[in-house]
Write a protein that binds this ligand. Structure first.
Ligand code: SAM
Length: 291
């Protein structure tokens, strides 16, 4: 079965009474070389389990099943499940689950697979929800080996930009805390059915075995990053004051200066080490204020 052939995609859709659902970001890949490359690059051992988010009608899923030990595929759209049973029927190493990845209890779902070995993620992500899905995967604390995703080219730039650089966003800093992102290749809109309005890129994130940055309070560290980027137009002390309602302007300026930063700096300019130093200082100030 060649699901990269647009005629075959349309006939499967028609046979199962399906339509492309824009609200679920359904743009199916139809370039065989790209599908094979994503499946090949997503990790380096056939013994791994792959979590696929959004299998669609199973185009990438089939390639993953052919290469890796197990595939667990989470699909939000119930109407695709009968089609997936049909397109994946020759594979006995796949479990398709009709669930929203944002609501799924990934730790419980994947526990049996983590017990048996390594788990990586591979997905052509729905674009309406790319950043929340990546945040959920990274902040889950699950020891994924690699996370390989097809995303909008512009989000790929943000993920792969240096922290403190011009394209850096909160997701860049959070990502660099958990791992390292690498942009693999660009995919034009014409490789999808229907074509999306933007170009795409495939990014592979390798998660750190040992995190190079170790803040004292993991949650406060992530909150500091979020707050610094939420108010991008404000100076860092003003952003901190808006985000940490219980701190005064003077305390925020003092924290920024104690971290060795100028009080007129903006959050987007900070390096990873600056975020660690600042969040450790904020942790002291907040502990003192709570006494
Ligand atoms: N993997 C297929 C491919 O490459 O052709 C389809 C990719 S399509 C861009 C995104 C897929 O994610 C769709 O099948 C869509 O229904 C599914 N999806 C959207 N939101 C989801 C969610 N919150 N949880 C799980 N799947 C979701």
């Amino acid at each position: 079965m060649n699901l990269c052939d647009q005629k075959t995609v349309r006939s499967v859709m028609q046979a199962f009474g399906l339509r492309f659902r824009k609200e679920f970001g359904q743009n199916f890949l139809t370039n065989r070389a790209v599908v094979e490359d994503i499946a090949d690059y997503c990790t380096d051992s056939a013994e791994e389990t792959i979590l696929e988010i959004g299998p669609g009608i199973g185009t990438l899923t089939r390639e993953l099943c052919a290469r890796y030990k197990n595939v667990v595929a989470l699909e939000i759209d119930k109407s695709l499940i009968p089609a997936l049973k049909y397109t994946l029927n020759e594979f006995h190493n796949v479990t398709v689950i009709n669930e929203d990845v944002m609501k799924a209890d990934l730790a419980t779902l994947l526990a049996p697979y983590f017990e048996k070995g390594r788990v990586s993620v591979c997905a052509n992500l729905p674009y309406y929800i790319t950043t929340p899905i990546l945040m959920k995967l990274l902040e889950s604390g699950l020891p994924f080996h690699n996370i390989t995703v097809m995303i909008q080219s512009e989000v790929a730039d943000r993920l792969c930009s240096p922290v403190g650089g011009k394209d850096c966003g909160a997701i860049t800093a959070v990502l660099n805390y958990y791992g390292v992102a690498e942009r693999l290749f660009v995919v034009p809109a014409s490789d999808f059915l229907p074509p999306p309005s933007v170009n795409s890129a495939v990014v592979r994130i390798r998660l750190h075995d040992q995190k190079p940055f170790v803040p004292r309070d993991d949650e406060l560290f992530r909150k500091t990053i979020r707050v610094a980027f939420e108010q991008r137009r404000k100076t860092l002390p003003n952003a901190l004051q808006a985000g940490f309602g219980n701190l005064s302007k003077e305390q925020c300026i003092a924290a920024v200066e104690a971290a060795g930063l100028r009080p007129d700096i903006r959050g987007e300019r900070l390096s990873m080490q600056d975020f660690v130093t600042l969040s450790d200082i904020l942790s002291d100030i907040l502990a003192e204020a709570a006494k």
